[in-house]
Design a binder for this molecule. Structure first.
Ligand code: SF4
Length: 240
């Protein structure tokens, strides 16, 4: 990783991130991510969810299951048009069908989840990033939600939220933000799992392109809403 990617982000402190997680958990309740029955379904969902709503992914997963295609060998052997038709509800279905096939080939070459679990996180990230059409967010979804690795997923909701809270300038790169959150929270897979899911929930319902600040549990500490960033402090643990 380059030095720029690892440059610290002063606004992303452990205290603020813990406060964010606590506040969103209290507001939404646990999100129990990733919504999938198996690790392989997480892989498939991570490709299909690009640029579409999750309800469309659910529809595509059902169609793949009904067609007997929710299986890496079946997906590799199927005609591209058949796969594309099954995942049509997610949009960009021809591109996604190719990406899915590329990822399934790599998945089989790596020895499926069992083989992947034998590899270190950084080495595996690099190998998955080498798969044509598979980007950083998709790879980190797979590392975190299919393989339980302590990796934080950065997406557009995260970037928008951190910027509105006044914690980042907005020009930071993917790797810089990921490394900053991971350094601040330590290797805490459970926290990364829940925090990403909570940020997505807020981004969909409340911190939208036109935000609904009046309904947001973060407004008191949010720069965009005129709050005081110093209010972003975790509540003391019970009994302390
Ligand atoms: S207060 Fe408004 S801008 Fe700030 S995080 Fe909440 S919804 Fe987003």
């Amino acid at each position: 990783m380059s030095a720029a990617a690892l440059r610290p982000v002063a606004g992303l402190t452990r205290q603020r991130l813990r406060w964010l997680l606590q506040a969103l958990l209290a507001h939404h309740g646990p999100q129990h991510w990733w919504p999938a029955d198996t690790g392989f379904e997480v892989l498939v969902g991570a490709v299909l969810t690009q640029n579409t709503a999750w309800r469309n992914v659910e529809q595509a997963l059902s169609r793949l299951r009904e067609a007997g295609l929710l299986d890496p060998v079946a997906l590799v052997e199927a005609e591209p048009e058949t796969v594309a038709e099954a995942i049509r509800p997610t949009g960009y279905f021809n591109v996604k069908a190719r990406r899915l096939r590329n990822l399934c080939l790599a998945y089989l070459q790596e020895g499926c989840l069992e083989g992947m679990q034998l590899q270190g996180t950084e080495a595996l990230r690099e190998r998955l990033l080498a798969v044509t059409g598979i980007g950083r967010e998709t790879v980190d979804d797979i590392l975190l939600y299919a393989l339980d690795r302590p990796v934080f997923v950065v997406d557009a909701y995260t970037r928008r939220l951190f910027q509105r809270l006044g914690w980042i300038g907005g020009q930071e790169g993917y790797e810089q933000l990921r490394a900053a959150v991971e350094a601040a929270l330590g290797p805490d897979t459970e926290a990364f799992n829940e925090l990403h899911a909570q940020v997505v929930a807020l981004g969909k319902d409340t911190c939208r392109p036109t935000p609904r600040c009046e309904a947001c549990p973060l407004s008191g500490a949010c720069a965009y809403a005129g709050g005081d960033p110093a209010a972003a402090a975790p509540a003391p643990a019970p009994g302390s």
